[in-house]
Design a protein around this ligand. Structure first.
Ligand SMILES: Cc1cc2nc3c(=O)[nH]c(=O)nc-3n(C[C@H](O)[C@H](O)[C@H](O)COP(=O)(O)OP(=O)(O)OC[C@H]3O[C@@H](n4cnc5c(N)ncnc54)[C@H](O)[C@@H]3O)c2cc1C
Length: 438
């Protein structure tokens, strides 16, 4: 194909079937779509050159971090170029006195934290996938520690971004306080590769807690467990996570509705133990890393328990006081519809996932209907369709019900401004499209 030969003149390109296949799907159950070529730029200037080149020809470009998304976010829905950031993997600066690091977008957050080992500092967002910082910014990833540290967008000081027309811009800076002009940095957080390609990020560093007290408490009902979470407000919680009884049988640590909590101030674990006992917990124990690991293994365990199945993961988040009502609704809907679904949540911040295995069209339709009911309920409670996974290929239809037609029209104007030819991750986010039936 001639355009691929042209492209190869400005950037490293691969078109082997194995490479195209690797960039056709993420870890979600969404239908894979093959790109026509995968580009591997080695610098921000090369990223910008690829975009300028693609913009002139109207070739779609979908950025690719590590492909660990769970909503089809990096799937190149309209083919074209999958733009891998894997060669932009340098930690450029660790400025500990300034509490910041400057990293290229393809640096994985775990690799950054390995480099910080022993310094007393960390990049504080911790998620289950081995993701790149660029992909975490683009999805505004969060995870268990968000209750204390917030989601990825809370850790940004500045970005370097390649725009669709080939310009390379800088946003923000290196100061911890900034109040000079529109906040373009935050505009790119959560934009899922539809407004520009992040090539570099200046991220905040956070002290590693000196103390970690982990408490695991089991309850006979979700309402009891979540009432205890309410009573823990004011404690220095680094994570308050929740797995319901659906995990009984294949995660050996789960024998009931279970809370996993981590505290960073000495003695706060003891206070939490007392709260859980008084709140009706059937068992409360102090745990080390092993028990806490059960929470982190939950997604993989759901897949292993259903070999051959694809997974749909819901991601609703509701105001804190509505979490018990939301979880009870989800449990009742699963039972009424006769569906298998595993519930886990970030109980400290109102974000609950249901992981639903499906194998054929009829099962897909059933889990999709459940997903729609879950989002309707979340919105009725003042919540959102997505707390941390993004819109991707599965949540386009929820954008207008959540934000209203006028607000979505403003989002479309922004997309038009940044990407008038619609080359960046086309068919996503403001396109309002939904995954076609398998
Ligand atoms: C086992 C497991 C556990 C997980 N746990 C969590 C969790 O706790 N919390 C959570 O939030 N997520 C979680 N995830 C989901 C996933 O890890 C995150 O969504 C992550 O942000 C994806 O990053 P990535 O580098 O893999 O990006 P990709 O999946 O490759 O891409 C993500 C999106 O960003 C775009 N993109 C990628 N790089 C750039 C860039 N440089 N510039 C612009 N756009 C870009 C892509 O086009 C795509 O739209 C989990 C995933 C797995 C597999």
């Amino acid at each position: 194909m001639t355009w691929i030969q042209d492209l190869a003149a400005i950037v490293e390109v691969q078109t082997s079937p194995a490479c195209l296949e690797l960039h056709a799907s993420d870890v979600s159950g969404h239908e894979p779509v093959l790109p026509e070529a995968v580009a591997f730029p080695g610098s921000a200037r090369e990223v910008a050159a690829v975009l300028g080149w693609a913009n002139q020809r109207g070739v779609p470009v979908t950025p690719w971090g590590a492909g660990t998304s769970v909503e089809g976010n990096p799937i190149p829905r309209h083919g074209g170029i999958s733009l891998s950031l894997q060669r932009l993997d340098r930690v450029k600066e660790l400025r500990l006195p300034d509490r910041l690091a400057v990293v290229e977008a393809g640096v994985k957050y775990r690799a950054l934290n390995r480099q910080l080992t022993g310094t007393g500092w960390q990049f504080a967002v911790e998620i289950g996938g081995d993701a790149t910082i660029g992909g975490m910014i683009a999805n505004n990833a969060a995870g268990p520690k968000a209750v204390k540290y917030g989601s990825t967008r809370a850790h940004l000081l500045g970005l370097e971004v390649a725009l669709a027309d080939g310009r390379l811009i800088r946003t923000g800076g290196k100061a911890w306080k900034q109040s000079c002009g529109y906040n373009l940095t935050q505009l790119f957080a959560g934009s899922e590769g539809t407004l520009g390609v992040i090539t570099e990020a200046t991220v905040k560093l956070t002290p590693v807690p000196a103390v970690r007290e982990v408490v695991v408490a089991r309850f006979s009902s979700v309402r009891e467990a979540l009432a205890c979470v309410g009573a823990m407000r004011g404690l220095d919680a680094g994570a308050i996570e929740f797995l319901d009884r659906s995990y009984m049988g294949f995660l050996e640590e789960i024998a009931a509705d279970t809370l996993f909590c981590e505290f960073h101030t000495p003695g706060h674990g003891t206070v939490a133990e007392a709260i859980c006992r008084a709140g009706g917990a059937s068992s409360v124990e102090r745990a080390g890393e092993n028990l806490w690991g059960a929470r982190l293994r939950a997604y993989t365990a759901s897949q292993e328990a259903n070999p051959g199945a694809r997974l749909l993961t819901t991601d609703t988040a509701v105001p804190l006081g509505a979490m018990a009502e939301m979880v009870e609704f989800l449990q009742a809907e699963l039972a009424d519809r006769g569906l298998t679904g595993y519930l886990l949540g970030h109980a400290g911040d109102g974000n609950v996932h249901v992981i639903l295995p499906w194998r054929n069209t009829a099962e897909w339709e059933a889990v999709e209907e459940f997903h729609r009911a879950a989002v309707r309920k979340s919105l009725a409670l003042g919540g959102t369709a997505s707390g941390e996974h993004g819109v991707g290929m599965g949540k386009g239809e929820f954008l207008e019900p959540e934000h209203g037609a006028e607000a979505v029209a403003v989002m479309r104007s922004l997309k038009e401004l940044f990407d008038p030819r619609g080359i960046l991750n086309p068919g996503k986010l403001t396109a309002g499209n939904h995954e076609p039936r398998p």
